[in-house]
Design a protein around this ligand. Sequence first.
Ligand SMILES: C[S@@+](CC[C@H](N)C(=O)[O-])C[C@H]1O[C@@H](n2cnc3c(N)ncnc32)[C@H](O)[C@@H]1O
Length: 291
Amino acid sequence: MLELGCGDAGNLVPMALALPGASFVGVDVAVGATFRGQGLVDALGLDNVTLVSQSIADWWPEPASFDYVIAHGVYSWVPADERDDLLAICREALAEGGVAYVSYNALPGGRLREALRDMLLFHTAELTDLGLRVAQARALLHFLAEGTPDHEFGALVRRQAERLLAHSDASLVHDELAPFNEAVYFYEFAAHAAGHSLQYLAEADFFEMQIGAASEPAAKALLGVDDPVRREQYLDFLKARMFRQTLLCRAELEIDRTPRPAVLEGLAVSTQAASPAPTAQWLSRARPARR
Ligand SMILES: C[S@@+](CC[C@H](N)C(=O)[O-])C[C@H]1O[C@@H](n2cnc3c(N)ncnc32)[C@H](O)[C@@H]1O
């Protein structure tokens, strides 16, 4: 597995620990982050992780050398030429049946995010000290959350300000105050991927592809759209989607999109669900005595 923009290897290290037979490569331009990641790799004695301190603009993989490529929190936050590099690397790196995961801010929901970002950038434009910028960003968010009249667009701004106030300082710096933060329509992302001979496979979160929440007529209309990219685009309009985690594969592969129970048989499943301990008290509540 390859991760582009791996940060301090927070995604790779747990996978490398869990899958000692697999190898992991992470690339990140931030030397401090890969240095911290390397510290973790060394402390855990992992011999299946390689971290590279380089920009994706200067790094190139062996062809078809990875089964999986992930780029989480990178695509929307880098300039256009690096977005291009990112997809070019995905294509070059992917083995024939390989899958790439790319997350990005999506439109139309991203417009609301952009409105708040514009306000935050305006308010913090004169500040160079990062700590001060974050403090002032929070001050503006409080101003909006507490002062925006609760009607029409104002209600949306207020709710978004409240949501952002719950985010960590690191996330405010990376997402809202970052020099680049470009949301794209799904059809634009799919076209960009197609330009690199990659095609849309699915969303990483299967639930996000469901049309269950749409009204019956809307769901029927969506089901009538054959092209999966167009259908997902209309779904984004309905959901006012803000964020996507899209899976891509090589464009020349033929995808069977029909969900069938038999497909699940070859897959591994994990869940956070825990069964309650079968205590006598629990059993007696589950099976009340017959009269
Ligand atoms: C939000 S962090 C995501 C880190 C990690 N993927 C995660 O999910 O926790 C984005 C990372 O992309 C890295 N990045 C930005 N531009 C890059 C570039 N041109 N080449 C490599 N890494 C880059 C940043 O240094 C940062 O570590």
